[in-house]
Design a protein around this ligand. Structure first.
Ligand SMILES: [Zn+2]
Length: 235
């Protein structure tokens, strides 16, 4: 079996990176891995780090960088990421995590040659701050089926779920002050990762504004030279 593409997706909250990342993983035939997925896999695997993560999450505490890295390294080895490929969504979150997993640009070997971590390309899904804030403030989620809908006016707090099983409401972490806090934290912690990946010569910046289909087309076009994608199949 030939190795499959390894792609890292970056983008602030509201950039649509979860949606785009899942669609891309489907087309590439690789697992879409969020940090939450990795934590759950570690807990299920019953490893020592898994038990530690389980404890922290149950206490509602933040998982520190070194433990996140342990989890990711374990998972990378156990699930043979070098063979399966991946779309990573939410890891790395900081430059410290990135260096621990992928090495240091200009000092270490090219990314395909490093021992534990390797990647083919990183995508930065670029959505202006004001647009990200608007998307998050107009997002409503049905607590029954999880369907996400968007309202035209942020003042509309709740609308009937289009699937008819409940009322879509604003999530607690989509309150205006919480949105601003999350976006500011992302800027501080994760913002420096785009130039970090660019230093490897493997960063692709994709305009994340417009319809999901238009964004995906742009994304595939930009990735083609790195991962051998050619056309968007019917969706
Ligand atoms: Zn619903």
């Amino acid at each position: 079996m030939t190795a499959r593409p390894r792609v890292v997706v970056l983008g602030r909250q509201g950039s649509g990176k979860g949606t785009q990342g899942m669609r891309l993983a489907g087309q590439l035939g690789v697992p879409h891995l969020s940090t939450g997925d990795l934590f759950r896999a570690a807990v299920r695997a019953g490893t020592e780090v898994g038990a530690e993560v389980d404890h922290l999450l149950k206490e509602g505490l933040l998982v520190p960088d070194d433990l996140v890295i342990d989890v990711v390294r374990d998972e990378a080895e156990r699930s043979q990421w070098s063979v399966t490929g991946y779309v990573l969504d939410g890891f790395p979150r900081t430059v410290a995590q990135a260096e621990a997993f992928f090495g240091t640009p200009h000092i270490d070997l090219p990314p395909e040659a490093t021992s534990h971590g390797a990647f083919d390309v990183a995508i930065s899904l670029d959505v202006p701050l004001a647009e990200a804030r608007r998307r998050l403030a107009t997002r409503r989620v049905c607590p029954v089926c999880g369907t996400i809908v968007s309202v035209d006016d942020a003042a509309v707090e709740a609308i009937p779920c289009p699937r008819g099983d409940g009322t879509a409401v604003r999530r607690g972490d989509d309150r205006d002050d919480a949105i601003d806090r999350r976006l500011a934290l992302y800027e501080r912690e994760t913002g420096p990762l785009a130039p970090w990946f660019a230093a490897w010569g493997r960063l692709v910046t994709v305009d994340g504004t417009g319809t999901a289909d238009a964004v995906y087309q742009r994304l595939v076009d930009s990735l083609a030279p790195f991962v051998g994608l050619t056309a968007v199949p019917p969706h």
